[in-house]
Design a protein around this ligand. Structure first.
Ligand code: UDP
Length: 475
């Protein structure tokens, strides 16, 4: 007898940028498609912010928190985040397996993010299908999965090349845009990354946090390009995006201080500045950015993080437990900008901020979640990529979708100077280019809404994924 309800178990690796979209996907599958969902959240920290996030979803499906295995004896403490995440997820497999064995209802399908690929072994033991949920976009997916092929073709460091790298059917990737794990081929992390790229494609299908209209070319290449598909064994590709945090004014019980401050500002007068959950910039860059904001004479909300190299580096694993002193800002900055600026030194309610009527622009590190939150709030951006695949995201936003501008001095120069910061902020908020970006981003916002609404392209794609899961169950 086939079961009445499909039970999908989704594994999230540590990091708020992974956990958030997984919880949102779980929510979508449980509420829109009536599936039985369990999220296994591998966590490195227990903080108030994390509990709040988890609690906000706990009414809709079950969430089991699994402490990440201690990897201190396996990798050095200064290993790159990608290495740490891969090793952590591998070492946590026994705990994931136990959590699954203890479930009352055995899962019918396993889904995991790109760091959970070694858990495919558990799906195989249970004889159930496994799918990867790529929390980035389709162009990133293409480069990531094609990297083992490039590895065989390209001689020397990628960054030393002059010509873009061709991915059959996709927009080529310039050497300065490659994913940061590709920057040094001699580094151990590069090898870890290549193994991961191969492991991910062994899943029975890919769910990607994008939608058809946003990335027609890359999606078409992944699905139909014969040259690409002859070297990478792609399984079905499902677009499920945008999976993003919606602004729900009715759920706001207590207004955050920053929202109260925004309430007092004129409409469309504030630039929001944030480099995501773990992004840090150099001490010199923080000073130039601060001076740039001041010179622009625009209002701002800035989520500051201690500079790169500061003791609290590695904030990626410390969601909600951040440094609260701001002594790295230029002297007198906080006093001089008291009337026009609001500095957040811990965690900001980003979705509420982006949806606030007084916010006109977002200076962002282009993490894919932040990008989707900005797009779905109709807020144009200044793209300031820092790590991972963020350079590609910045290119997509600036050159293809035309919803963001980018410092001309990045990535060749190390520091963006204050004049350039001020000019960009003014251009985005007052200039003609900024106006046209605002129109474009509003168009994308509508397209995103349509894609996930009933019978929209992503809705239909999720239905196909569910049908495929059922056909596995029936076999
Ligand atoms: N975020 C937030 N408040 C902050 C910083 C980040 O709510 O002060 C959220 C942001 O809304 C997004 C996530 O953290 O959902 C960051 O994910 P993203 O993919 O943008 O970047 P990452 O931090 O993974 O590099």
């Amino acid at each position: 007898m086939p079961p009445k309800q499909l039970h999908v178990t989704i594994i999230a690796s540590p990091g708020i940028g992974h956990l958030t979209p997984i919880l949102l996907l779980g929510h979508r599958l449980a509420t829109q498609h009536n599936l039985h969902v369990t999220v296994l959240a591998v966590i490195t920290t227990r903080s108030h912010s994390l509990s709040q996030l988890i609690t906000s979803f706990a009414n809709h499906f079950s969430i089991i928190q699994i402490p990440a295995a201690d990897i201190s004896a396996v990798v050095p403490p200064d290993a790159k985040v990608v290495t740490q995440l891969n090793v952590m997820m591998r070492e946590t497999i026994p705990a994931i397996r136990s959590a699954i064995s203890a479930m009352e209802t055995r899962p019918h399908v396993l889904v995991g993010d790109i760091f959970a690929y070694e858990s495919w072994a558990i799906a195989e033991e249970l004889g159930i299908p496994k799918y990867v949920f790529i929390t980035g976009n389709a162009w990133f997916t293409a480069l990531f999965t094609y990297s083992p092929v490039l590895d065989k073709q390209v001689v020397g460091q990628y960054v030393d090349h002059k010509k873009p790298f061709e991915i059959p059917g996709c927009k080529p990737v310039r050497p300065d845009e490659v994913i940061d794990t590709m920057l040094n081929r001699d580094d151990e992390t590069y090898k870890v990354y290549l193994d991961q790229a191969v492991g991910v494609t062994l899943a029975d299908g890919m769910l990607i946090n994008t939608w058809e209209d946003l990335e027609l070319q890359s999606l078409d290449a992944l699905r139909t390009n014969e040259v690409l598909r002859s070297v990478v064994k792609y399984k079905p590709v499902y677009t499920v995006g945008p999976v993003y945090r919606r602004y729900e004014p009715e759920s706001v019980v207590l207004k955050d201080e920053v929202i109260k401050w925004l309430d007092e500002q004129p409409d469309r007068s504030v630039i929001y500045v944030s480099f995501g959950s773990g992004g840090t910039i150099s001490a010199e860059q923080i000073k130039e950015l601060a001076w740039g904001l001041e010179l622009s004479r625009k209002r701002f909300v800035w989520v500051v993080r201690p500079p790169t190299g500061h003791v609290s580096d590695g904030s990626f694993f410390k969601y909600g437990q951040l440094d609260t002193t701001c002594d790295y800002l230029p002297e007198g900055f906080l006093t001089r900008t008291k009337k026009v600026g609001f500095v957040v030194s811990s965690w900001a309610p980003q979705v509420e901020i982006l949806n606030h009527v007084s916010v006109a622009g977002f200076l962002t590190h282009c993490g894919w979640n932040s990008t989707l939150e900005s797009v779905t709030s109709g807020v144009p951006m200044i793209a300031w990529p820092l790590y991972a695949e963020q350079n590609m995201n910045a290119t997509l936003l600036t050159e293809e979708l035309k919803v963001a501008m980018r410092p001309a001095s990045l990535p060749t120069k190390k520091v963006v100077r204050r004049d350039e910061v001020a000019r960009m902020v003014i251009d985005l908020m007052d200039g003609e280019e900024g106006k046209s970006m605002k129109m474009n981003v509003n168009g994308l916002k509508e397209g995103a809404k349509k894609a996930i609404s009933t019978n929209g392209s992503s809705y239909i794609s999720v239905c196909k994924f569910i049908e495929d899961c059922w056909s596995h169950v029936r076999q």
